[in-house]
Design a protein around this ligand. Structure first.
Ligand SMILES: NC(=O)c1ccc[n+]([C@@H]2O[C@H](COP(=O)([O-])OP(=O)(O)OC[C@H]3O[C@@H](n4cnc5c(N)ncnc54)[C@H](O)[C@@H]3O)[C@@H](O)[C@H]2O)c1
Length: 319
């Protein structure tokens, strides 16, 4: 099977690429290697894959429909996993147009080419952020029409466009909503990396509301990939599916765990929780269990250990 994986040089996308190549699929990674965080890190993310047969990197910006069409015309993918885009709710507040261009217009470019090239399965990576501050646990039946940030709004808009393409052209489409993904290759702007980076340098870092009454449903990246590959294989006509861990972690506890694992002390500067942040994220994953046989295997204690090992090898020992 030949896949296009957008964002294939990023954190989650590069893990998906490795999983697809490992089972013998061909993969074209579409990524613009933007400098939202170090492009050198993205180059390292693709290094393993570049040693495998059946892997191609197309350094293309999917906001550019013509360049994207050349990739489709050359490689004729059977399936598309669209994981590329701009993430980070807080950063999006001051960069709303960029989020619309990347996450909405870029997604429509991909949907348009996917239907013209008869792609048999389109998967869109979305986010728990679409649930805003709805009462938890969050199930896929919630309206998700009160996003708290331009990022969340852009992802919801992309989801809605994906439905329209399915409706008009019958394109099999699955939307997967990820809940706070962490693990090796984790993004430098996300809490495990941000906090550990400060802790090993004995530098202070900000924690919303001192971590009190703040919970995140951290989901280990391998569990996310198991859900994504199962969704790609199933090629449903149209589904929206949560991929979370269903075990929200209190942020105070999260920091304590990092202190234990890294054998350091956190120097916390408490700041008020920004309005982009809900107090809790909490996935109802019953639909993923039923449709995909999804059962997360990695608890937060193990997952943070795996992250810490990667951080030591890839960050500490390289700087
Ligand atoms: N990491 C999480 O916790 C999380 C949670 C919910 C949803 N998501 C979603 O999952 C997807 C992957 O997230 P990630 O954490 O791996 O982020 P990431 O930033 O590591 O990966 C995204 C990749 O997309 C590429 N990209 C961005 N704009 C592009 C464009 N216009 N053209 C081509 N490539 C472009 C980037 O260069 C990057 O490599 C994103 O869509 C994100 O919104 C992530």
């Amino acid at each position: 099977m030949r896949y296009i994986v957008t964002g294939g040089a990023g954190f989650i996308g590069s893990h998906l690429v490795d999983a697809l190549l490992a089972r013998g699929d061909e993969v074209v990674c579409v990524d613009n290697f933007n400098d939202y965080y170090a492009p050198a890190r993205k180059r390292r993310n693709v290094a393993l894959a570049l040693e495998q047969p059946g892997y191609t990197v197309a350094q293309v910006d999917f906001r550019d429909g013509e360049a994207l069409e050349r990739v489709f015309a050359t490689h004729r993918p059977q399936r598309v996993a669209h994981l590329g885009g701009m993430a980070n709710a807080r950063f999006s507040v001051d960069h709303a147009p960029l989020y619309v261009q990347s996450n909405v217009a870029g997604t429509v470019n991909l949907l348009e080419l996917a239907r013209r090239y008869d792609v048999e399965c389109f998967l869109l990576a979305s986010t728990s952020s679409v649930y805003g501050s709805s009462p938890t646990p969050w199930s896929e039946t919630l309206p998700a029409d009160r996003p708290l940030s331009p990022y969340a709004a852009s992802k919801r808009a992309a989801e809605v466009h994906a439905f329209t393409y399915h409706h008009l052209y019958g394109m099999p489409t699955t939307i997967v909503r990820f809940f706070t993904v962490y693990g090796p290759r984790g993004r430098p702007d996300m809490t495990p990396y941000l906090f550990v980076d400060k802790m090993v340098r004995n530098e202070p870092f900000t924690l919303f509301n001192a971590g009190e009454n703040l919970y995140r449903d951290y989901t280990y990246v391998d569990d996310i990939i198991a859900g994504v590959t199962a969704a790609l294989d199933a090629a449903f006509p149209f589904e929206i599916i949560n991929l979370g861990n269903e075990r929200p972690v209190l942020m105070q506890r999260f920091v304590e765990l990092l202190e234990q694992i890294t054998n350091t002390r956190a120097r916390i500067k408490s700041v008020p929780t920004p309005s982009t942040e809900p107090p809790i994220t909490f996935a109802d994953t019953s639909k993923a269990q039923r449709l995909l046989g999804y059962h997360p295997q990695t608890n937060i204690e193990q997952g943070l250990e795996f992250f810490w090992r990667w951080y030591q090898d890839e960050v500490l020992n390289r700087t």
